[in-house]
Design a protein. Structure first.
Length: 168
């Protein structure tokens, strides 16, 4: 396996956030899921450039064995980050990690002015509501189901349907 630094440089060289090289590296690090991958992702989350922070978040959202070490970092970014794409990725990571501890951060971002961030919140909410679903979180998801952005509203409506079907 190539050194982690080489993998990170290859991922950063793919400037498309959905690029194949970038996501191949993320999947390799997800499979690896070791302390070195977590440490590198944590370092990237504190970097100066958006591209590095975005990559760090996307890696962290796939490191399930480090979930409890990852959530505080992601919650910090949710409260301090200004870039909408990084916030979107933070929310997607919360959804992948599916820990109810992320609920306050997700609810806070559910009313963000950028539709991409609200879309991420709609995705994350259904995964962090808990079972039974947290009433305030479910209310936030219902508000997103009435969002003026069709994609946000559609995803939130699905989330409401899934969350309320678990309650029955």
């Amino acid at each position: 396996m190539p050194p982690i630094g080489d993998l990170i440089q290859a991922a950063l060289g793919d400037t498309d956030p959905d690029g194949p090289v970038r996501w191949h590296v993320i999947s390799v690090l997800q499979e690896r899921a070791d302390l070195e991958a977590f440490t590198e992702a944590r370092r990237l989350c504190g970097a100066q450039t958006v591209a590095e922070r975005l990559l760090g978040v996307d890696i962290m959202g796939r490191l399930e064995p480090f979930k409890h070490r990852t959530l505080p970092i992601l919650r910090y970014l949710a409260a301090s980050e200004s870039d909408a794409m990084v916030l979107y990725s933070v929310l997607i990571a919360f959804g992948h990690l599916a820990d109810q501890g992320a609920l306050p951060s997700v609810m806070e971002l559910a009313c963000h002015p950028d539709a991409r961030v609200r879309y991420g919140a709609a995705y994350a909410l259904q995964h962090v509501l808990g079972d039974p679903p947290d009433p305030a979180g479910l209310d936030a998801l219902r508000l997103l189901a009435a969002d003026p952005d069709d994609d946000v509203a559609g995803w939130a409506s699905l989330g409401v349907a899934l969350a309320t079907s678990r309650k029955i």
